[in-house]
Design a protein. Structure first.
Length: 615
């Protein structure tokens, strides 16, 4: 799936309408829907509370991206779409940053759906215009959706429950589903990006018809607040604020989109990228290394205050995460759960945290880590009832043992953990022959750990050494972002380091993460290749949950079962964003509750920029 589609999907992946107060009866138009309770902002609201409506417009913000790009086509299944295209291309609905899973009208000014959630109708905003002045039409919405599922197999699978898209009036479009009771489907549709049919079916500057099914580096036209004004292929893209943008005064946009230009610089090496930040080649750095955060900021710009370091907890308040080493279950060597469990016993997080990470991290023990959706203790109440109903499909251990990661941190603990790993591997049919761990055919257990850049080498290499101590031949291979992306898409890997983000309202995206059908899809986020009937049944319990309590219980049950299968070797996380920035910007006194809001609600501060030095 293209990077842009994931940008839009991130706002809807893990979204579920659960509260009766936000329910849309037949015929009732809603300006917004809250996925948990009432929307904060009523119909006719003027702006979001967290913005500065008088924020000055102007200046340039320079951001960085690890990786590259080779297309401006947002829906292709192959290639790397340029970061930032979401500034050009808008969706039917948009989210607020101070609510959990709530969306408000953008290209559509309202939506409604029947009591059984079997369809949804969106009503287009009559003000919505493409950047050439043409109106956004129902035909644009239908054409975009049909092209997405025609061209991109992953999107076709994700929207497989949509059976018909048709006009319902001059400004209304209805999406009909093949099932009732799936409360998330109406809101997934609300985050579909909309493209201008007339532009994509028109003639390009080369005199040839444009092709939505082909890659292109022609800057696309959209309806958004910015246009793609300049680029250096694979290296940088510049977006310029659109004069006369149709949505400037829409309540969801007031006080936002304050920079005249937003520029992205692309880097293939993170060390080079950080040196570029130190050299004032871009403005904002999200630190992902504990050691560098502790020891790498002794340069002059930090010492004299031109570069500010700050911790932000806002982005983690409504999200959970699983980050891990993920084995490819499509390979026979990883299909035995005892082998996967044994690998976890060889990973010494505590030693890494003490010696490398300055005790900055916590070990992850849930696929919904950091939320009230994470399983703990033994199952009880409604969660236990759900698991009992699927007893023949889930591991017996979910009823008798809480999931606990092995604990290392000392030579004695590591020795005991390696011994336990060998015990599990022996039960799985392996035996030690000298310094090699062999299967029944005399083949050594070996695998490659594929990394996207060098950042995780400091984690993978000590783990490799531990694996070697019990006869496993692991190699660490670091590649650049395009190579890593291509190999993961093709499932050409033994093991990768990756993960899944989760919201407080999981739903249909769990099928893409862990469902059996997604295991066979090249571009799905089911990286591990999980194909298990018990997991599928629990995902359905989440998707069709009737209320919040049922959703939480089903999610905890799913979490418990995923952990019991030992599909991954959990890694670690920190629940704060470590940010360094050149001090040229200001923000509202109160940031939104669930986001840093940069650069969306921040602005260029001329006085600060004058003191810091103009880029």
């Amino acid at each position: 799936m293209s990077r842009l589609i994931w940008q839009f999907a991130a706002a809807t992946l893990a979204s579920l309408v659960l509260a009766a107060p936000g329910f849309a009866q037949d015929g009732d138009w809603l300006h917004a829907t809250s996925l948990i309770g009432e929307p904060k902002y009523p119909a006719g609201f003027e702006r979001f509370d967290y913005v500065n409506p008088d924020a000055p417009k102007g200046g340039t913000v320079r951001l960085s991206v690890t990786g590259s790009f080779d297309t401006f086509n947002p829906i292709l299944p192959q290639g790397e779409a340029a970061t930032g295209l979401g500034l050009v291309i808008e969706s039917l609905m948009t989210t607020s940053l101070d609510e959990t899973s709530t969306q408000y009208g953008l290209l559509a000014d309202a939506m409604r759906y029947p009591e059984d959630f079997s369809s949804v109708t969106y009503r287009l905003n009559p003000k919505a215009r493409w950047q050439d002045g043409e109106p956004v039409t129902v035909e644009d919405v239908i054409w975009t959706f049909n092209k997405m599922i025609e061209i991109n197999p992953s999107l076709a699978a994700y929207y497989a429950n949509v059976t018909l898209v048709e006009p319902a009036g001059e400004r209304e479009v209805t999406f009909t589903f093949d099932q009732a009771g799936n409360r998330e489907l109406p809101h997934i549709i609300g985050q579909v990006p909309v493209l201008p049919k007339h532009w994509w079916e028109g003639i390009g500057p080369d005199g040839n018809p444009r092709d939505i099914g082909a890659s292109t580096l022609e800057p696309p036209m959209g309806s958004g607040p910015y246009m793609l004004s300049a680029f250096d292929p694979g290296r940088s893209v510049t977006f310029t604020r659109v004069a006369g943008y149709w949505g400037t005064d829409e309540p969801v946009n007031v006080g936002q989109n304050n920079f005249d230009q937003i520029r992205y610089e692309f880097f293939r090496d993170t060390d080079v990228q950080f040196e570029a930040f130190k050299g004032d080649q871009f403005d904002w750095w999200l630190e992902n290394r504990a050691q560098r955060w502790a020891q790498g900021y002794d340069f002059v710009a930090v010492q004299d205050g031109r570069v500010i370091r700050e911790l932000f907890e806002e982005p983690y308040r409504d999200s959970g995460v699983m980050v891990a080493f993920i084995p490819n279950l499509r390979l026979e060597k990883f299909q035995n759960a005892k082998v996967r469990e044994a690998l976890n016993y060889t990973f010494d997080f505590e030693e890494l945290n003490r010696t490398v990470f300055f005790d900055a991290y916590k070990r992850i023990n849930s696929y919904f880590y950091g939320t009230d959706l994470a399983s703990s203790s033994l199952p009880a109440g409604q969660e236990l009832e759900i698991l009992e109903s699927l007893r023949d499909l889930v591991p017996e251990g979910v009823f008798t043992a809480e999931y606990i990661n092995p604990v290392g941190g000392s030579p004695e603990a590591l020795r005991d953990n390696l011994a336990k790993a060998l015990e599990l591997l022996t039960e799985a049919g392996y035996h030690l022959d000298g310094n090699r761990l062999l299967d029944a055919n005399g083949e050594q257990l070996s695998f490659e750990i594929l990394l996207n850049g060098p950042t995780i080498e400091v984690v993978a290499l000590p783990w490799q050494a531990n694996l070697e101590r019990i006869g496993i031949a692991a190699t660490v291979r670091t590649v650049d972002s395009p190579q890593w992306t291509n190999r993961v898409r093709a499932r050409d890997f033994d093991m990768i380091y990756n993960g899944w983000g989760q919201s407080l309202s999981p739903g249909n995206e769990q099928r893409a993460f862990f469902g059996s059908e997604a295991a066979a899809e090249e571009n799905s986020r089911n990286f591990a290749g999980i194909a298990d009937p018990g997991v599928d049944a629990l995902i359905d319990r989440i998707v069709f949950a009737e209320d919040r309590d049922a959703l939480i219980a089903a999610t905890k049950a799913l979490d418990r079962v995923l952990l019991a299968h030992h599909y991954v070797i959990p890694s670690y996380t920190i629940r704060q964003a470590r940010v360094a920035r050149w001090d040229r910007f200001s923000h509202p006194d109160r940031l939104p509750e669930f986001s840093i809001g940069f650069p969306t609600v921040w602005w260029w501060d001329e006085a600060k920029a004058a003191k810091t030095g103009m880029p």
